[in-house]
Design a protein around this ligand. Structure first.
Ligand code: ATP
Length: 443
């Protein structure tokens, strides 16, 4: 039996969909059900205008009995196990639906006009196609409800019901190509909303010791990335490739005492939102793309510190690319680009202004830039000749002698930019963006 939920939290009223799932899982285990596998935290299209923060949705599978248990978390000292295989499934999905619905209604921040929760309970797994569309594009509510009806799922959407999209898409995800994990710790009830006590130095030690984790700490911008800024129940979240290492990492971090923790399997840091576009004219707003092109308009800085340049593809179409102010030192790389450089840009597409918001850039070729430093000297008069026009030859204004353009003195400008992959710093990293640390490991 699959359970999916989404859109239960609020930027001002707190809450967190992963926490609601944690409470539901703890409750269902108490009621005698078992968790199959890890719960899943699935990030969807990061360019959806109506997302609260990171467009995350949660799903998990339960059964009556399972085989081969393993530890996935703790709640107030009580161990939470996941099971690798189903021994006996449950068929009472009506009962489960009403129990889960009750918890969701207690926990969801329905007073926020932007919170539109969705809950799905389905005996069948939802087809992968829905996830693919939801992570890369825009999905309409009626597509989802008709799919859920076809699957015989039970579901409820609150207010504009949009949460149903994420809830169903999360169930539809399968780690077909790649996956990561996130260990999330939850604060004690009485602490929620107060300043989080996490020792930054211990986070740095954890980051340096546990190599399979990533995006923990931004050393340049002094930003502790595992700690959220919102008033939500999460104390911190550590992301990584290995579940045992995540538990070791948690034991290194020094912090206030917490209620418990759980590990989510996730599509975070997998680049699954990106689609390669051969032609700029096929790039659409709200998508995330990889596009190759030649630098056409050189970078310039606009008010607010955002750096903009444009690229041109092989079909002469151009598109603006932006390294916004929050991308900090990444902008220094972008500022070095010059006309003729060949790059592959990775990022989300903004509708207005129509721009690729950069997450990463691969510099494929750094153009050789040659600059004229001195006009040729007239052999007869011994004086510098004058240029006849742009990219043309020279003439002596005294005797009229002519010289070819190549007779001038040129120098090759030092570019101070090397081909390679560059990414925004940890403090500006998007949930779905695959860090170079993971990309390099695969190479
Ligand atoms: P979180 O805070 O948990 O990281 P979020 O709060 O940013 O995530 P939500 O509050 O879940 O995001 O809001 C996103 C809304 O957009 C949800 O209702 C979700 O169902 C919907 N949604 C997600 N992906 C798509 C998509 N591809 N097309 C249409 N709607 C989507």
């Amino acid at each position: 039996m699959w359970i999916g939920l989404d859109d239960t939290d609020s930027t001002f009223a707190g809450g967190c969909t992963t926490y609601v799932a944690y409470l539901i899982i703890s409750y269902l285990i108490k009621e005698g059900y078992v968790l199959i596998g890890y719960p899943r935290l699935v990030r969807l299209n990061p360019n959806i205008p109506w997302k609260t923060r990171g467009n995350g949705a949660v799903s998990f599978q339960i059964a009556r009995r399972g085989r081969e248990k393993f530890l996935v978390g703790m709640n107030y000292g009580k161990k939470i196990y996941g099971y690798r295989n189903i021994e006996e499934d449950c068929d009472n999905h009506g009962e489960i639906f009403s129990q889960v619905k009750k918890i969701l209604e207690e926990e969801a921040r329905l007073n926020d006009k932007n919170t539109n929760p969705g809950l799905v309970v389905s005996k069948k797994k939802i087809g992968y196609e829905l996830y693919k569309k939801a992570v890369k594009g825009i999905v309409f509510l009626d597509e989802v409800t008709s799919l859920l009806d076809k699957n015989g799922a039970l579901y409820i959407g609150y207010k504009n019901k949009r949460g149903l999209i994420g809830a169903a898409a999360s169930i539809a995800w399968n780690p077909v190509f790649d996956k990561t994990y996130e260990l999330i710790t939850y604060r004690k009830k009485e602490k929620i909303g107060s300043k989080r006590e996490i020792d930054d130095d211990s986070v740095k030690i954890m980051d340096e010791t546990i190599k399979t984790t990533f995006d923990n700490y931004d050393y340049i911008n002094k930003h502790n990335r595992i700690k959220p800024n919102s008033p939500c129940p999460v104390l911190y979240g550590i992301r990584g490739d290995d579940t045992e290492d995540l538990v070791k990492a948690m034991n290194i971090v020094k912090s206030e005492e917490f209620q418990g923790w759980i590990i989510f399997e996730s599509n975070q840091a997998t680049d699954e939102h990106l689609q390669k576009k051969e032609k700029i004219k096929d790039v659409k707003p709200f998508e995330s793309v990889i596009v190759k092109g030649t630098v056409y308009k050189e970078p310039f800085t606009i008010t607010g510190g955002h750096v903009i340049f444009s690229i041109q593809d092989a079909y002469n179409d151009t598109i603006d690319c932006a390294a916004y102010e929050p991308t900090k030192e990444f902008r220094n790389i972008i500022k070095k680009l010059r006309k003729g450089d060949i790059v592959e840009v990775y990022g989300g597409v903004r509708e207005e202004p129509f721009t690729i918001n950069l997450e990463k850039i691969k510099i494929l070729n750094v153009a050789k830039i040659v600059e004229k430093i001195e006009n040729p000297v007239c052999e007869k008069c011994g004086k510098h000749m004058k240029s006849v026009g742009k990219k043309q030859g020279f003439r002596c204004i005294r005797c009229g002698a002519k010289a070819k353009r190549e007779k001038a003195k040129f120098t090759t400008i030092e570019r101070n930019l090397s081909p390679g992959f560059y990414e925004v710093p940890v403090c500006a990293r998007r949930h779905l963006s695959k860090p170079l640390k993971r990309i390099m490991k695969e190479a």
